[in-house]
Design a protein. Structure first.
Length: 367
């Protein structure tokens, strides 16, 4: 880490190192495989990686044409951080947000008639139309195209047309049907003379499918280096490593209990360390007595219940661990790595959730 970063970390007991080279590598690796324009998804603070800094890197990469956020407010934050790339708001537009869209040049994904009229009546310059081909969350139904054209024609620029996969990681048959359905919509739109600049359907898991009529992809988790499915075949590397400091190291006598609820009892005399990272930092409490951290390439297992600000680990046999030392909570430690996927599966969830719940207290640094 550069000295400059070390200064910024003064007083922080935990931080997340965001590896710029790996982020760039992932985008290049994906682009060289799919050869389509990239809509980089930076919602939820770039999946916990720090939206402003990550967006600065992403917007400078040639294949990246758009940054995608979930809400107008997230878009505003990007603008205030000096991001000038096109920004698409995936979550649509609500009446009270209209001013934010126009002041900050945000582009809404429009997925029903209320939103379409709202955009038109408030002189929003361009929109992306979203169709529901099976997610049943947001999106026009395919049969509504006729009416959309009537309303939008000559009044607003349709720059993009899109749909979304709910099960590209698990259900190829369903996904294939969606591709076909979306293809029909695109064809029909063309008959009406609508040829949007961007046609996008695939998320990260969707990259494993062919979509010849699509010219762009909308991806998040894969650029952060996590595989969206077991069969994902594009080489990507984990971008974020979460680190925390040791507060204290001490001895525990056989039979003594550890942490709230006393769910761990020492089977023999042991040495333990208290690490400054708890569930308020984003460590799932479900890792109590289950997960592990890394210290200089060695696994140190979590004992007792994870607490709000601290977690206790077994360091029996480690001579060299002392207060102010750094341990790896998730990510890379020299030659070893704890993957988000590994943590997620221990907690019965998905890596997305583990990533985006790393909290504000954890300082992000680009390395
Ligand atoms: C979050 C999101 C994505 C990105 O999905 P990944 O699985 O992270 O690639 C794409 N499209 C929409 C509509 C989303 O909400």
């Amino acid at each position: 880490m550069k000295t400059e970063d070390k200064i910024h970390l003064k007083g922080f007991r935990s931080w997340a190192e965001v590896d710029k080279d790996r982020l760039v590598h992932n985008v290049k690796s994906i682009h060289s495989r799919v050869n389509k324009d990239i809509f980089a998804v930076v919602k939820a603070d770039a999946y916990g990686h720090g939206a402003a800094e990550v967006s600065k890197i992403l917007q400078s990469l040639k294949p990246v044409r758009y940054l995608c956020v979930a809400t107008a407010e997230e878009g505003r934050e990007l603008r205030e951080a000096g991001i000038n790339s096109d920004v698409l708001v995936l979550g649509g537009i609500l009446p009270e947000e209209v001013d934010i869209f126009s002041s900050y040049y945000l582009v809404p994904v429009v997925s029903d008639f209320d939103q379409l009229r709202l955009a038109i009546n408030n002189r929003i310059k361009k929109v992306h139309l979203k169709f529901d081909t099976g997610m049943h969350r947001l999106g026009f139904y395919p049969g509504q195209l006729d009416e959309i054209i009537k309303i939008a024609s000559g009044r607003i620029h349709i720059e993009g047309i899109m749909s979304h996969f709910p099960s590209a990681d698990t259900d190829p048959e369903y996904t294939q049907k969606q591709i076909t359905a979306f293809g029909e919509i695109v064809k029909q739109a063309e008959k009406y003379g609508i040829k949007p600049r961007y046609i996008h359907l695939q998320n990260s898991a969707g990259l494993e499918y062919r979509c010849d009529f699509c010219n762009s992809v909308r991806i998040g988790i894969s650029i952060y280096g996590e595989k969206p499915s077991k069969s994902f075949s594009i080489p990507v590397k984990t971008v974020m490593s979460v680190k925390a400091k040791v507060i204290t190291v001490k001895q525990l006598k056989k039979g003594e209990r550890v942490s709230y609820g006393g769910t761990f009892r020492a089977p023999a005399d042991m040495k333990i360390a208290v690490v400054a990272f708890g569930y308020a930092d984003g460590l799932p409490r479900a890792l109590s007595n289950r997960g592990y951290f890394l210290f200089k390439d060695r696994k140190i297992r979590i004992i007792g219940n994870v607490t709000m600000d601290m977690t206790i680990v077994d360091v029996t046999g480690l001579e060299d661990i002392k207060p102010d030392d750094t341990v790896t909570v998730i990510g890379r430690d020299r030659e070893k790595e704890i993957y988000f996927e590994e943590v997620a599966s221990l907690c019965n969830t998905i890596p997305y959730e583990i990533m985006c719940r790393i909290s504000k207290r954890v300082k992000r640094v680009i390395v």
